[in-house]
Design a protein around this ligand. Structure first.
Ligand code: ADP
Ligand code: MG
Length: 689
């Protein structure tokens, strides 16, 4: 009997998988048996051997076995149950903050116990907090234990049982197809061997190799995954090139007039990029261009020029910014530049409601509003443009390829697609650009406008906070303006905002002479606008802020910035934040006020900030020190998420990935699609190509 391909068998065919579980699995993109296998472990645990207690190392996660020699309640800050476990090499304490009377008795009376957990240092010496434990000594595994990224309602245990069943089917001959195996990197390891190994590693497998993702089986899979991503972007690109765009005549008089409105000479780099863009917009293929330019390099004027180009040919331009503050600021700038040219500019965000919204939607729909600026609210269903010719997305590092696709669909009218310009200040090392943005053309603004004075950055421990406050006071008293940025790693916006609020209160009472403002994400749009414009006008001297000011905010007179807890931010983010100062001609200072003690890596990273102001250099360094995941930051991870591949570690594969993609796209599209199907949750549009 010919084995049925695994991608044709649904998850319901597994034992223990009913409609409810299948529904939960579908939510994470798992619907057939092949999907089950390509949902890869995040990491591994070694529960195959017992570590002698005396050999337990701080920070390691181990199985131990011994006798419970004492069991008592400890009264510290919080009541806890402590059980001391001893073998013939030493003693270790188990600590439970949540425990029941029954559990206490059970532990006390257990002759011996086996448990699993991480070794930490506690009040009683080495301790394991809330270990998994069993008094029946049945916990040793004969394989390394994979830990899967799972979703609510699907436990590790459940998932492992499913994987085991599919691996069993594979061993009975229902195998995965080796795809693209003419290629050396894919033929070295059979796909079935590779998949079996990552799900079911034998105890001899080098755990550290697996954890780092450098086992040959993992390399084989990483290569295929990179290939899948690259193929999908290349296909998006091909599809774009086959679409109908709007060939706009080359820019004319209002465009030239606009340039005089700016009141400064464009830099060489700006002129070059502007002409690349107008040439693109002159073609009947929709533009899809990424504009990279370091913080402060002057991308906004480029956006204004492109908008005027569209408007001259009676088309509309939409500019989307990631935050209200930034959208508002663009609106003010654009109005100043475009109103004198007779171009109507309108503003739309989620906070524009009721009659006002109706009114704005009306002028957008009539086509009278030539330039429309806003947040993602621009792309809601009730926003209908008359003739959208250009979409500009500012600070795009927050949007991944899927969002790019979604936006593209929004802009489509009668089969004609608007031009798209995507701008980012997150410098992406060249080596990565081709992989991350294979679906786009790239332009770079590689020089700053003249007359910027460099920023002096110092790295200080927060026990020198008072000194810093004094410095701010004297600077502000003599006319300077400053930012005080409160950062917290805590994802909770509420807590972030509270921290900013209490810092503002504290600084206000310490510095009564200084006008202090506060801005954070939980304030109303009106309040934010009010504070920003007061800061811009100079009636606020010191602006206490959360990272809401991270992107785009432009107040040239501000020349000082204090960043609290900089060690908790990615370098790209710090660079963005710091880019808010050094925009005028006065000398600027940035103080990175860290909380000691600082680890070695953090020290290195803050030194990079002190030594350089070059976004590309900083990005390369961050990539070296921490890897791409951190470079893009967790919030920005929409950029590209891999199951196994790692753009830094697997960088050397990218050239071969591109070559093989060329081959497959030219001569074997069926295989190309089969590879994408394994690895990607496919955007529907793409599957029609
Ligand atoms: P970013 O690239 O970070 O978005 P902006 O567009 O906000 O930078 O520009 C930063 C500042 O530099 C703004 O105040 C802008 O008006 C100014 N600027 C832009 N281009 C030039 C130029 N060629 N000469 C002088 N100043 C410029
Ligand atoms: Mg900008």
């Amino acid at each position: 009997m010919i084995p049925e391909p695994l991608d044709q068998a649904r998850v319901e065919s597994l034992k223990g998988v009913g409609p409810a579980l299948a529904g939960k699995l579908a939510r994470i993109g798992i619907s057939n048996l092949q999907d089950v296998l390509f949902h890869l472990p995040l990491r591994y645990e070694d529960r195959t051997r017992i570590t002698p207690i005396g050999a337990a190392q701080l920070g390691s996660t181990i199985v131990i076995e011994g006798q419970v020699v004492a069991c008592e309640i400890a009264f510290g800050k919080r009541r806890s149950l402590l059980a001391y476990v001893q073998d013939n090499t030493g003693t270790i304490a188990l600590r439970f903050y949540h425990f029941s009377k029954a559990q206490q008795n059970n532990l006390k009376n257990a002759p011996s116990i086996r448990c699993y957990g991480e070794v930490r240092r506690g009040a009683a010496g080495y301790e394991i907090y809330h270990p998994e434990y069993s008094t029946k000594l049945d916990m040793l595994e004969d394989r390394l234990t994979p830990i899967y990224p799972v979703t609510e309602g699907v436990t590790q245990q459940r998932y492992r049982t499913m994987v085991k069943q599919v691996l069993q089917l594979m061993s009975e001959g229902k195998v995965l197809r080796n795809l693209g195996s003419e290629h050396q990197l894919l033929s070295k390891v059979d796909i079935n061997t590779a998949i079996d190994l990552v799900h079911n590693p034998s105890p001899e497998t080098e755990l550290s190799q697996l954890q780092e993702g450098i086992h040959p089986a993992q390399k084989r899979l990483a290569f295929e995954e990179l290939l899948a991503h690259h193929l999908s972007m290349r296909l998006i690109r091909q599809e774009m090139l086959s679409l109908q765009g709007i060939a706009l005549p080359m820019p004319a008089s209002t465009y030239k007039q606009l340039i005089t409105e700016f009141g400064f000479e464009l830099t060489k780099a700006q002129l070059k990029v502007a002409s690349e863009i107008s040439l693109d917009m002159n073609k009947s293929v929709p533009m899809l261009r990424l504009l990279q330019g370091d913080v402060g390099s002057g991308k906004t004027v480029i956006a204004a020029m492109a908008s005027v180009h569209a408007s001259e040919s009676q088309y509309q331009a939409a500019i989307m910014a990631p935050t209200e503050i930034l959208a508002e600021q663009h609106f003010i700038n654009f109005s100043n530049w475009l109103n004198p040219l007779g171009i109507e500019t309108v503003w739309l965000s989620g906070k524009v409601k009721g009659k006002k919204r109706e009114e704005h939607l009306g002028i957008i729909g009539s086509g009278n509003a030539r330039v429309v600026i806003g947040t993602h609210a621009l792309f809601q269903n009730d926003v209908v443009f008359k003739n959208l010719g250009l979409v500009i997305i500012d600070e795009q590092h927050r949007f991944g390829v899927h969002q790019r696709l979604a936006l593209r669909e929004k802009g489509e009218y009668n089969g004609v697609l608007p031009h798209q310009l995507v701008m980012t200040a997150t410098p992406i090392p060249r080596t990565l650009t081709m992989s991350l943005y294979a679906d786009m053309d790239c332009s770079v603004i590689d020089e700053l406008p003249p007359g910027r004075s460099p920023i002096t950055t110092s790295v200080l421990a927060d026990n020198r906070r008072e000194e810093v406050i004094d410095r701010i006071e004297s600077a502000c008293s003599s006319g300077a303006q400053a930012y005080w940025v409160c950062t917290l790693i805590d994802d909770s916006e509420v807590i972030q905002c509270q921290a900013a609020e209490s810092t503002a209160e504290q600084l206000t009472s310490l510095l009564p002479e200084i006008e202090i403002g506060l801005i954070h994400g939980r304030m109303s749009a009106n309040d934010k606008t009010k504070v920003m414009s007061e800061f811009k006008m100079g009636s606020i001297d010191l602006l206490v802020a959360t990272t809401v000011i991270e992107v785009g905010v432009d107040v040239p007179n501000a020349s000082l910035m204090v960043i609290e807890n900089p060690e908790r931010l990615g370098l790209a983010q710090l660079h963005q934040l710091r880019g808010r100062i050094g925009r005028g001609s006065t000398k600027s200072f940035c103080v990175l006020l860290y909380h000691p003690p600082l680890g070695e890596l953090s020290k290195q990273r803050l030194n990079v900030m002190r030594e350089s102001q070059d976004g590309f250099f900083i990005a390369e360094q961050d990539l070296q020190i921490r890897g791409p995941g951190e470079l893009f930051g967790s919030r920005q991870s929409g950029v590209m998420q891999f199951k196994l591949a790692d753009l830094l570690r697997d960088n050397h594969m990218l050239k071969d990935v591109r070559l093989l993609a060329d081959d497959l796209l030219a001569s074997d599209r069926t295989t190309a699609f089969a590879i994408m199907d394994r690895w990607l949750t496919m955007p529907e549009k793409l599957s029609q190509v």
